[in-house]
Design a protein around this ligand. Structure first.
Ligand SMILES: C[S@@+](CC[C@H](N)C(=O)[O-])C[C@H]1O[C@@H](n2cnc3c(N)ncnc32)[C@H](O)[C@@H]1O
Length: 503
């Protein structure tokens, strides 16, 4: 811990030398530490670990951090500073901007202390939990086919991108350990989870100190919702879903000045990445940013975490092909939201589908504008949704309750010291716990023996836990959908429901 504090102090000193500052003054005299005026580094075990806290009361819209362009880790600046690297990269321009940034990052790591970025690179996380790092056991623990498929795709994409880039890395004479797939995964997870949007490179940039802000979903915990343009300011390398503009405020209602002054973005006029408080914060509170609107699966894929309360989470329910074709809503707009309610598009598609084909044309305008078509139609829709959610839920190998117990068991295992204690957990929970421990060669033969889980096992356990948290959240959404639909059907049958409630 002391070592970490020392490295952090070095980082903040290095950052001050690079011109990074949280001072509100335009040209502050260079201090020894780049933070302290508006922000401090702190730990938030429940929301992202290391992060940034308000060093004083902050007001929404205030400038809180400035990172000059010269301090940004971009492909452009790395190629400019190193002709050998630039010539080699120019022979491999078929690689994507992200692949090139990943290679540049590994190359810079290989320079060790002679890298201008050494102090910054030393403080990057050593390991990540993004989907591409999931092993076969953790992938299967997701249980839901779409999620397993997303994890498999993430792993195979990372692997094929690494293979495509190997020749360039060999030409750059990277050390063998930096040529490995493990090193590639580390660098690509760094790029995926820490880069910010810049207009001149679609790979984005690494932004020292600015990348210490943890995430809050847009809209969550804010005084007012933010618009899509606010979200774009902090765009990580993976594409920001641009379709969701439901939060965009009426521009007349929104103070234009304030709109510009939220979140983070590169500002040409000051040639710096600027971060603004998107909320009022009390001293000591964690200052959070939105990286974009992501479902939990997308958060896992790109950032290696998920939110128990995620207003952007979605559960997709499989519809018959005819259901998709009976309306013009895109598939991605037809989902169950995290509190169990069908999305506007799903509801209107189901209302149309439940209408006899020869009558659909005449009621189309009502369905598309979100109206209930008839009580019978609404009951059929709700029953269909409830039954299908139940079928999906029952097809999964474990229940919500079992998953919740399993999460407790994992917490217990993480605190276990002896093989005896482990035996106790195994006898209580068995099943998946046994399979995990067997997979990682953890044994509990000697009664009093001290149990030592390897670093690799602990990391896998962390990923396994994320997979279970993900599937549990998924099941809760389906269960909430069943309750919502059953409640609505009951109300409709009893004919005492206010119409607003159904919509
Ligand atoms: C841009 S970095 C933020 C700083 C990071 N905590 C650090 O120590 O360097 C993004 C990473 O922080 C973590 N993170 C950010 N927000 C989080 C949240 N709300 N809950 C859990 N982890 C979060 C995730 O590991 C994510 O990949």
């Amino acid at each position: 811990m002391e070592e970490e504090d020392e490295s952090l102090e070095k980082l903040l000193k290095w950052a001050a030398e690079m011109g990074i500052t949280d001072s509100t003054i335009q040209n502050p005299s260079r201090s020894r530490n780049c933070l302290g005026h508006s922000l401090t580094v702190s730990h938030f075990p429940e929301a992202g670990g290391r992060g940034l806290a308000a060093a004083r009361d902050l007001t929404k819209g205030e400038l809180i951090l400035r990172v000059p362009k010269t301090a940004l880790f971009t492909t452009e600046c790395l190629l400019k500073s190193d002709q050998k690297r630039s010539l080699a990269v120019n022979r491999h321009l078929f690689l994507s901007p992200s692949q090139i940034l990943i290679v540049c990052l590994l190359y810079e790591v290989g320079k060790g202390k002679s890298s201008r970025w050494y102090t910054y690179l030393m403080l990057l996380p050593r390991c990540y939990e993004i989907l591409a790092t999931f092993g076969p056991f953790e992938k299967q623990a997701l249980q839901v086919d779409d999620a397993i498929w997303a994890a498999e795709k993430a792993v195979s994409k990372a692997e094929s991108e690494w293979k495509q880039a190997i020749k360039l890395m060999e030409e750059l004479k990277l050390k063998p350990q930096l040529l490995s797939f493990k090193a590639w995964l580390w660098a690509s997870a760094t790029v995926s989870s820490r880069t910010m949007h810049i207009s001149w490179d679609e790979a984005g940039c690494l932004c020292p100190v600015g990348d210490l802000f943890n995430y809050a979903a847009p809209g969550e915990g804010e005084e007012s919702n933010i618009g899509i343009e606010d979200v774009e300011g902090w765009m990580p390398a993976p594409c920001l879903p641009k379709g969701d503009t439901t939060d965009v405020l009426d521009s007349e209602k929104f103070n234009g000045h304030l709109r510009r002054l939220t979140d983070g973005r590169f500002e040409e006029d000051v040639n710096s990445y600027c971060f603004y408080a998107r909320n009022n914060y009390k001293r000591g509170e964690q200052v959070l940013l939105s990286y974009g609107t992501y479902t939990n699966l997308e958060l896992l894929e790109h950032y290696g975490f998920l939110l128990n309360e995620n207003p952007n989470d979605k559960v997709f329910i499989s519809l018959e092909p005819g259901m998709y074709s009976c309306c013009s809503w895109p598939r991605e707009s037809q989902y169950i939201d995290q509190n169990g309610k069908p999305s506007f598009a799903l509801l209107s598609a189901l209302r149309l589908w439940m209408t006899p084909a020869n009558q659909r044309r005449s009621v189309g305008h009502l369905a598309y504008s979100g109206h209930q078509l008839s009580v019978d139609n609404e009951i059929s829709v709700m029953k269909w949704l409830s039954n299908n959610s139940r079928v999906m839920l029952n097809s999964l190998p474990t229940s919500k309750e079992e998953d919740a117990l399993l999460l407790c068991a994992i917490d217990k295992i993480q605190d276990i010291y002896t093989a005896m204690e482990l035996k106790k957990v195994l006898s209580d929970f068995g099943g998946e716990v046994c399979t995990f421990l067997e997979n990682y060669g953890v044994q509990c033969r000697q009664r009093g023996a001290k149990l030592s889980l390897s670093r690799k096992t602990k990391l896998s356990m962390q990923r396994w836990k994320l997979a279970i948290q993900w599937r549990l959240r998924y099941k809760k959404t389906l269960a909430d959908c069943i309750s919502y639909c059953d409640y609505t059907v009951n109300c409709l049958l009893n004919d005492n429901v206010p119409t607003g409630r159904i919509k």
